[in-house]
Structure formats: structure tokens, C-alpha cells
Write a protein that binds this ligand. Structure first.
Ligand SMILES: C[S@@+](CC[C@H](N)C(=O)[O-])C[C@H]1O[C@@H](n2cnc3c(N)ncnc32)[C@H](O)[C@@H]1O
Length: 331
């Protein structure tokens, strides 16, 4: 059954572009590092032969329940309840050392956002939680107990590009101190009143960036990305492909830079006429610019509006030697 029949609200973002980017060999082994409700996983399984294999990860127990159901229906599929920073150790335990395609569809899933109890949405009243893995770590309410105003400003700046970070951080900590910050609606209200009047009714709700930044902080998302992308590059077989969907520019920049340092690892100063550090590239870009949703997809799936897909390929040893010292990468 098609994923959209089971979850009518859930259409995987960049569905064909993402699967085309990851897929090459029907007999190969693949990783879906962000199973969600399995939209992309199911599409990939449709392309695999009986010999193909797909290993998936998610840190959300509800995603795992759905993944276990799929595991029972399809012997080619295995899911792990784990954050994706652990992909290298899980694959080692599974004695699966090389894979031919790895995909990440970052951020939160629609079921996570739609469930008020998870605390991800400023449009629904719920607890201040925001953990993707509701069985571990600390909810937002507890994390806010230990954060300084300076740190909170940095979080809102760095993870949300929030222009009014100072005003919002001060509003949050004042309300917390006065015991007036208990729910997502309280948080939404603080953001709304913290920004200047002219910024309250624009196309983006004033709480959007704050909710995004706090979610990234609560889940340690940037550190997860750093570890996982580096691991993914080493886990790919020569010719294997890496596909990463992200939803905001900070995340996309991080991914671009991580892949770029595998495409262009040379650390020689730019004034050197040729490379002397001898570091060899391990990846090549398959698309220099991020792939975006086309008009049709934007109509069918508004969630794809801000999605950006980066695609790169692991070099063979011969290609790496040929390209060593090459200094033209992505600019
Ligand atoms: C955008 S959804 C993926 C949707 C999925 N591609 C689909 O078609 O159903 C992102 C999923 O990744 C999971 N996730 C996000 N960060 C993670 C991490 N560091 N480790 C494991 N899972 C993560 C979330 O729990 C969520 O279920």
C-alpha cells in the first residue's frame, strides 16, 4: 500500500528526487537514517530486488513502532531505535561494513508536529517538551532551568537566525522566573509580544524561528549531523551516494561544509601553487547547488517549500588519487 494511502497527511518531501539521489543498485544495501513514517523507506524498497537490503534508524519510539510493523512485512528491512550519530557502531554490530546509498531527511515528521503532547508546535497547546526521543534526554522545560540569557540568545541566533533573539530570550527567562512559562502557548505568546509590533503579522509567525532553534538545541541536532555525515562518508562503498534533505539555511550550510571538506580536503594555504598536504578527496558533488521542490510538488506538498537536497558520491580509490591536489570544489 502506498504511504500516502496509510497516512494521507504524509507525503514524503522531494520523494522522487531523494530516492533517485540515493539509489543505484537494486541488489545493494542502503541506510535510511530518518525513518519517520517510512515514506522514503517504502519507496526505496519498491526499487530493491530480493537481494537488496535497507537498514533504517529513528530516535522516536513512535516511528520505531511503525518501522517494526514494516520489518515484519519485509525481510529486506531492519530498523534500529537509535540516533543517527550511532550509524557506524550499529553497522559494525550488524557486520555490514559498506552501503551503496545513505539518506537523511532531517527535522521533525508531520506526526511529531501534529501531536500537541510532543510540544513541537506553536499552533497547538502542549507541554514544553520537543524531544524526538521521548524516552531519553531532558524536555525543553527542564533545559530552560539551566540556561543563561547569553546562551539562550546564542541558541536563537545560531539555530534560528532569529533577529529579535535578545528580546525573546529575555522574555522567556523572565516568564520562566515568574512561573508564567508552562506550555507551548505561553512560549508562542512570549515570542509574539517580544517582537516589535510591525513584525507580528508578517508571513512567518514570530514564534517560528524560536521553536525551530529550541528544538535543534533540545535534540542536539547540529552535533548529531556532524557525527553522522562524517560517519556516512566513511560507510559508503566506492560509487555509493549520499542524499541529505534539510529545511533551513543553517543546517544546509553545515551539511554543505561537511561534504565539501571531503570533496576538497586540501589544507594548503591558497597562495601555494600546488597541494603539498597530500590529503585526498573522498567525495564528489553530484549537484553543485541544492535541489529544490518543483512547482508540482510545491502544490501537492507545502512542507516541501523550504526543503533543500544535497547529493554527493563516494569516489573510487583511483578517482581519489587522480583528483588529489585538485583545488576547484564548490564555491
Ligand atoms: C522529516 S522526518 C522523516 C520522514 C521520512 N523520510 C518519511 O518519509 O516518513 C524526520 C525523522 O527523523 C527522525 N530524526 C531526526 N533526527 C534524528 C537523529 N539525530 N537520529 C535519529 N532519528 C532522527 C525524527 O524523529 C523523524 O522521525
Amino acid at each position: 500500500m502506498d504511504i500516502t494511502e496509510q497516512y494521507p497527511e504524509h507525503i514524503p518531501v522531494l520523494r522522487d528526487a531523494f530516492i533517485d539521489a540515493m539509489f543505484s543498485d537494486p541488489d545493494g544495501s542502503y541506510l535510511d537514517c530518518t525513518f519517520g513514517r517510512g515514506g522514503h523507506s517504502r519507496l526505496l524498497l519498491e526499487r530493491l530486488s530480493d537481494k537488496g537490503k535497507l537498514i533504517a534508524f529513528d530516535r522516536d519510539p513512535e516511528a520505531i513502532t511503525e518501522g517494526k510493523r514494516l520489518e515484519q512485512q519485509d525481510v529486506r528491512f531492519t530498523i534500529f531505535h537509535s540516533d543517527f550519530a550511532q550509524i557506524a557502531s550499529v553497522l559494525e554490530q550488524e557486520k555490514c561494513d559498506k552501503v551503496i546509498g545513505i539518506g537523511f531527511d532531517l527535522g521533525v515528521s508531520s506526526p511529531q508536529v501534529d501531536n500537541a503532547e510532543r510540544g513541537f508546535s506553536f499552533r497547538k497547546d502542549g507541554p514544553l517538551d520537543m524531544r524526538m526521543d521521548s524516552e531519553s534526554g531532558q524536555p525543553l522545560s527542564r533545559m530552560l532551568d539551566h540556561v543563561s540569557e547569553r546562551e539562550l540568545v546564542d541558541i536563537l541566533h545560531n539555530f534560528g537566525d532569529e533577529r529579535y533573539a535578545r528580546r525573546i530570550a529575555s522574555g522567556i527567562l523572565k516568564a520562566k522566573h515568574n512561573k508564567e512559562l508552562n506550555t507551548t502557548s505561553d512560549l508562542e505568546n512570549i515570542c509574539f509580544h517580544a517582537v516589535p509590533k510591525q513584525a507580528r503579522y508578517g508571513s512567518t509567525h514570530p514564534a517560528t524561528r524560536t521553536f525551530q532553534a529550541l528544538r535543534i538545541w533540545v535534540n542536539g541536532e547540529m552535533d548529531q549531523i556532524d557525527t553522522a555525515i562524517e560517519a556516512a562518508i566513511t560507510l559508503l562503498a566506492p560509487g555509493g551516494k549520499l542524499a541529505v534533505i534539510s529545511f533551513h539555511s543553517g543546517e544546509d550550510r553545515r551539511i554543505r561544509d561537511l561534504i565539501e571538506s571531503a570533496v576538497r580536503p586540501c589544507t594548503c594555504p591558497p597562495e601555494m601553487p600546488m597541494c603539498v598536504c597530500g590529503k585526498k578527496p573522498s567525495m564528489r558533488w553530484l549537484q553543485k547547488k541544492p535541489v529544490r521542490a518543483n512547482e508540482q510538488e510545491l502544490l501537492e506538498n507545502p512542507r516541501s517549500r523550504s526543503s533543500m537536497l544535497r547529493v554527493a558520491q563516494r569516489l573510487t580509490d583511483e578517482e581519489a588519487i587522480k583528483l588529489a591536489g585538485y583545488s576547484g570544489g564548490l564555491h
